[in-house]
Write a protein that binds this ligand. Structure first.
Ligand SMILES: [Zn+2]
Length: 350
């Protein structure tokens, strides 16, 4: 006999499809829930009005569990959404590596949240991204939210590539900070212009206890409010941060974290640098140390490919300082993420 679970978790394309999971089928904890997901999973929950639907993506990065925790809570509490909800949970295999929620992606895999733009490759991650896009086309949800955790300790914020009331309304279900970026990296939210309003929610770090709480509170609003696309639902005003720039390591340089210079050819950032997330830094704030030339180690490109490093940073006897008041965010102390992605983002302080 085929069990209920097997029959409802059939695989179509790259995703397993699981319709209306019952609370007794999802386990008692988010880790048990994760173990019951057979691989990339598309969960479809029927709402009060099935003529409309909304989508949620989460766990695009396997080490960012707050969104999955929120989905687990919504299912555990048997909340009937106001419209159909499609949950897309792709990076299950990476997340399941013991002890759980450690790997952003499996070794040698591409970052899934860089695969949502052309030209599409043929790697497993590219195919997964395309499958997700196909499903969004098929179901045509009125909006999409993509829930992440920041890699370091941080307050929460939303990210959008598109500025209008619908995007503001979506973000303000979760947070009161909004980053407006025109950096196109191939992330899911970049479909906003061509498809439907899509916002990234960064819940704060995994170690920040409020991260999962805010993800759950925001998700419950998202699935139960009749209207999530107008700002009528909120009296909270968003604080905007426009056009962030990425501070990246150059090839041949390396990164470490400590309170003195730790590497010969490379950058050492202060171990507590993530405390500057969403705080101001200025010419008096030492950020770390660089051995060798600043321009041989770091780069800050604007969207036109113009180098802006010396507009924002100066090296004084091997110590790294901002040249002006800046606001930093997405500051990581994970060297792997700093090497592969970036050290942090900055915007000029108003
Ligand atoms: Zn992420």
């Amino acid at each position: 006999m085929i069990s209920m679970e097997q029959s409802t978790q059939a695989q179509f394309g790259k995703f397993y499809y699981w319709e209306n999971p019952q609370p007794d089928a999802i386990g008692r904890t988010v880790i048990e829930f994760l173990k019951r997901l057979p691989g990339p999973t598309h969960i479809h929950v029927t709402g009060a009005d099935s003529s409309r639907c909304r989508a949620v993506a989460t766990l695009l990065h396997g080490n960012e569990p707050s969104g999955l925790q929120a989905v687990f809570e919504a299912l555990r509490q048997r909340i009937t959404p106001i419209v159909d909800i499609h949950y897309f949970i792709p990076s299950v295999d990476a997340a399941r590596q013991a002890p759980g929620f450690i790997y952003r992606m499996l070794p040698h895999q591409k970052d899934l949240n860089r695969c949502f733009r052309e030209p599409f490759g043929d790697s497993e991650q590219d195919l997964l991204a395309q499958d997700l896009l196909q499903r969004l086309k098929k179901y045509n949800p009125e909006c999409v939210i993509d829930i992440h955790n920041t890699s370091g300790s941080s307050p929460s914020f939303g990210v959008t590539t598109f500025m209008d009331e619908r995007h503001d309304a979506l973000a303000s279900l979760f947070t009161h900070r909004m980053i407006v970026t025109d950096l196109l990296l191939g992330s899911l939210m970049e479909i906003s212009e061509a498809m439907m309003p899509t916002v990234t929610i960064e819940c704060g770090g995994v170690e920040d206890t409020e991260s999962s709480l805010m993800a759950t509170e925001g998700l419950l609003k998202y699935i139960t409010y009749a209207d999530v696309l107008s700002i009528k639902h909120t009296d909270m005003s968003l604080e905007f941060f426009h056009k962030p720039l990425r501070v990246e390591l150059l090839d041949g340089s390396d990164i470490a974290y400590g309170d003195h210079s730790l590497i010969d050819d490379g950058v050492t950032l202060l171990a507590d640098i993530e405390h500057h997330n969403f705080g101001y830094v200025g010419p008096d704030n030492r950020l770390g140390f660089v051995s060798g030339d600043l321009a041989a180690n770091l780069t800050v490109m604007d969207i036109h490919g113009k180098e802006k490093l010396f507009d924002y940073f100066v090296l004084e006897e091997g110590e790294l300082y901002p040249t002006r008041r800046l606001k930093l965010f997405m500051v990581t102390t994970n060297p792997e993420i700093a090497r592969k992605d970036c050290l942090f983002y900055l915007v000029e302080a108003a």
